[in-house]
Design a protein around this ligand. Structure first.
Ligand SMILES: NC(=O)c1ccc[n+]([C@@H]2O[C@H](COP(=O)([O-])OP(=O)(O)OC[C@H]3O[C@@H](n4cnc5c(N)ncnc54)[C@H](OP(=O)(O)O)[C@@H]3O)[C@@H](O)[C@H]2O)c1
Length: 385
């Protein structure tokens, strides 16, 4: 089978309104894609992108944590030949010494379950369109964790693993599956960190080259390529080095994150293609938007730099922050929407058994004699014949 090409492809991109997703959309148009479905939680945030690309970019509303929106978007994008699962969040949360475990749960909902459900919804579409291509964005810290951002690292490790499983599940339908492992990229996610970063445009072009060459994985920027070399040579040494990136150390140089509104333990959204998902507690769109669009306090890819470098570079900033302490942010108000009651069959009425005392063995009776016997609450009159 010939390798897929970007030219004339129909592409569906999640999280397309900014960062790497937006760069992917722009570079796709430059590289001759036939149509690009640019998707975002706030559809208005795509207006500029649509206007700039003269009919090639179609905007769709998609929050990847909302199964019903996935179903609707998939129904509207039936001609997709290339799916790029790019949407993601990075919160500041370690695993033991965590500021807020809810933030870790929110990361898993977006980065893992969201990506998984979009993938499941599009697998049949790609099959219909000659197999097509699936691209999932993981991270180098999905390969080696950074303990200070342990929850984010775990989501990206989950994406790494999922992508390998899906590659084999979709092999027979001819879908090519690519996993992307960026290092530090110059987007809002990495905005607070003063480390060397590559551009989102370079990431996009590296992804296209990997698709066209038939690669199964790509390290799309300078930092991730250096990482790949070290990792290949001595994975344990990289792990030990990054293991020094502990929350105890980093919290001294990184301001605590804003609290976020996260649904109470959100059950795994079931069957994306099923119109009636499991009822679950969710936050209002406004609360969710506010929560997720909160500035990222800890970009995971900071871990690419050595701890010594980071500490040195940030120590002056800490002193300044200490003297200009900002007030604690207002907690985001969480609202739980009570799901529609689900119609259920009337419960079966369980009737407790009535225990009737064993009748005594009747003594021999004379003809015509009456015997009164009690069975439960009933008194029975018997006439001997
Ligand atoms: N930047 C890096 O250094 C780096 C390194 C390795 C991997 N990555 C990965 O690359 C991908 C893109 O990151 P980025 O750097 O471009 O980050 P970014 O600038 O923060 O952009 C994240 C994008 O994801 C969207 N998003 C967040 N939650 C969503 C949800 N529930 N449903 C749909 N979209 C949602 C955001 O939309 P809103 O505008 O609505 O929030 C935004 O479009 C992510 O998967 C990230 O983990 C980034």
């Amino acid at each position: 089978m010939a390798s897929p090409t970007i030219k004339d492809s129909v592409v569906f991109v999640t999280g397309a309104n900014r960062g790497i997703g937006r760069a992917i959309v722009e570079e796709l148009v430059k590289n001759g894609a036939k149509k690009v479905y640019a998707t975002a939680r706030n559809i208005n945030s795509l207006d500029e992108l649509v206007a700039a690309h003269n009919g090639k970019v179609v905007s769709l509303r998609l929050d990847v944590t909302k199964p019903e929106q996935i179903t609707t978007a998939a129904a509207q994008a039936q001609d997709t030949t290339l799916l790029i699962n790019n949407a993601g969040i990075a919160n500041y949360s370690a695993i033991i010494n965590s500021y807020d475990t809810a933030r870790g749960r929110q990361e898993m909902e977006v980065n893992y379950f969201g990506l998984m459900n979009v993938t499941r919804a599009f697998a049949p579409i790609l099959k219909k369109n000659d197999g097509g291509v699936l691209v999932n964005i993981s991270s180098i810290i999905g390969l080696v964790p950074a303990p200070a951002v342990g929850t984010y690292s775990a989501t990206k490790a989950a994406v790494h693993s999922l992508t390998k499983s899906v590659r084999y599940e979709l092999k027979d339908q001819g879908t090519h599956v690519l996993c992307v492992y960026p290092g530090a990229i110059d987007t809002e996610m990495a905005a607070g960190f003063d480390v060397e970063k590559d551009t989102p445009q370079n990431v996009a072009q590296a992804i296209f080259a990997a698709i066209e060459s038939g690669a199964e994985e790509v390290f799309p920027d300078k930092g991730s390529r250096e990482f790949a070399e070290q990792f290949k040579a001595d994975p344990k040494a990289v792990e030990r080095e990054w293991g020094q990136m502990l929350p105890e150390t980093l919290k001294e140089i990184i301001p605590p994150p804003k609290p976020v509104a996260v649904a109470e333990i959100t059950p795994e959204p079931e069957a994306v293609v099923t119109p009636a998902p499991e009822p679950q507690a969710i936050v209002t769109p406004e609360a969710q938007d506010e929560a997720v669009s909160a500035p990222m306090d800890t970009p995971a890819e900071e871990s690419v730099a050595s701890i010594a470098d980071v500490l040195e570079e940030k120590s002056e900033a800490v002193a300044t922050q200490e003297s200009e302490k900002t007030p604690e942010p207002e907690p985001v108000v969480e609202e739980t929407i009570v799901p529609e009651p689900v119609a259920q069959a009337a419960p079966e009425v369980v009737v407790p058994p009535v225990i009737v005392p064993e009748p005594e063995t009747p003594k021999p009776q004379r003809k015509g004699e009456e015997i009164m016997r009690k069975a439960g609450d009933t008194v029975i009159r018997i006439v001997v014949e």
